[in-house]
Each structure stands twice: as structure tokens, then as C-alpha cells.
Ligand binder design. Sequence first.
Ligand code: NAD
Length: 277
Amino acid sequence: MTSIPDITLNNGQAIPQFGFGVFQIQPNDTVAAVSTALEAGYRHIDTAEMYGNEAEVGEAIARSALDRGEVFITSKLSNDAHEPGEARQAFDRTLKALGTEYVDLFLIHWPLSARYGGDFVQTWQTLEEFYREGRARSIGVSNFQPHHLRRLHGETQIPAVNQIEVHPYLTQDDVRTFCAEHQIAVEAWSPLGQGSVLGDPVVRSVAERTGKTPAQVVLRWHVQRGDIVFPKSVTPDRIRENIDIFDFELSAADVEDITVLNKNERTGPDPDKFDGR
Ligand code: NAD
């Protein structure tokens, strides 16, 4: 396997472009799934307090032979903890659950414009404290639209990443372009559309021609577009299949054929409407 590329974030930190997501993995299944991923070569794990499995992620990393510095860990602030005092407590809980003194990346999970008086700027300033303390090596946001991101202009730190839903049925090229113009790396969540894009005839035909699976083609499409991805699976064969995408390349025409499948179809909530409950 060719190695996973790093992307350099706007603060100079490196992040592996490919990782493992653990949303909707039951705590009881998490140690096994993350252990399989680490054995398969994944070195970047994406979790969140709201996923309820941070402790099991930490346990799997501790059980592995890897040093803490070899694994990039992301977690996210709970929707119920945006108020600065709550955010500090939530961040302490995250570090304790993961069994680590720092996370590589900490994100505001949702902007929640309809809660906290619409004030996510004070929440961002609290993340800046974690960054200054060195307890979050990078900080970023998730599910932010350009109008949310603009409100952070003038704050000390620019978000290192914006983690948004992206897949062939939701290409998000407007948000991605805004992020590129502002040196914010894009992380594509639900990169497989939670499986919904895998039966698409265009994806299937590229898969047949390249001798790869539909999941591998879609993940390769993301990587060639420059986004960071972390597909989720609890099935060991799929965990290994998903990382096996660094030995082939899609043509520019294949990338374009998949990009035009866009239907602006979300699998998750609309960030402008979601109140986090
Ligand atoms: P995903 O697009 O990674 O799809 C996962 C599903 O696809 C699996 O449950 C399985 O059904 C299927 N699948 C996976 N590999 C496959 C394969 N090789 N062949 C066939 N089917 C396969 O969806 P996701 O878990 O929603 O997203 C990935 C990660 O993104 C999450 O685990 C989480 O870390 C992150 N995420 C973040 C947010 C956010 O608000 N920031 C929201 C959702 C997800």
C-alpha cells in the first residue's frame, strides 16, 4: 500500500488525509473496530463526545503498540456545551475519556444559530483557549456555512478545518470553494453518503473499469478533490477495503463524471436549520 498523504493545515500542523470515523459505532463494538483500523494502517480517528465512544477509542489506541504521537485524534464539542463554562468542562471530559493530554483537532460540532442567542463566537474563543494551552493542537468547526465562517473573521485563529457533509450526491462546491479561498481544509463527512451512493450506475461503471469497488472509487474521488475523509465501518473486510485506495488513480473525466452526480441531497441535517436536539 502506498502511504496516506498528509495535508498541512493553516497553522502548519499535518493531518493524514484519510482516517476512520466512528459515528454510530456502538461502544461495545468500538474497541474492535478501531483496533482493526489501526492494524490496517489508519492513523487518524474522528470521534465526538456525542458519539458516546471516546473512551473506547482511547482504549483501542492504548492497547495498540502505537505511540500517542502516531495517531491523529479529532473530537468535537457537544451541542449542549457551547456556553464557555460548559465547553471547558466538556473538553476536560473528552481528554479524560480518550485518556490523553491533548487532541490533535477539536471542533465545534454544529453552529446552532438558533441556540445560545446565535453566539458561537464566544464558543470559538473558548476553543482558542484550548489551542493556546496546547491541549488542542488545532481547532476547527463543523457544519459551518460561509456566512457562519465570515463571523469568525477577526478572531485570533482561523478554523483549521470545516467538517461538512460531502459525497457525490452533495458536492458542496460553494462551501468548498469558500474554504479553499480562506485556507480552511475541508473534511468530508458521510463520504459514502452512508452507503447511498454505492449503487449509482456511474460509480459502478467506474468501479468495473478500474477493478476497484464502488466504495474505493468514491473515496478515491474525495482524495483526488483534496478533501480529508474518514469512512465508517464495523466490518473488518470493509475497513481494509476502504483504505486500499492509494494504488490507483481516477482520470480527470472520471472525477468530473462523479462530480456531476450532485443532487444537493443531504443525508444529515441542514446546518441552517439544525438546533442540535
Ligand atoms: P459513511 O459515508 O462513512 O458511510 C458509512 C456506511 O457506509 C457504513 O455504515 C456502511 O453501511 C457503508 N459502508 C462503509 N464501507 C463500505 C464498503 N466498503 N462497502 C459497502 N458499504 C460500506 O457515513 P458516516 O459514518 O455518517 O460518516 C463517516 C464519518 O464522518 C463518521 O463516522 C463521523 O466520524 C463523521 N461524521 C461527522 C458528522 C458531523 O456532523 N461532523 C456527521 C456525520 C458523520
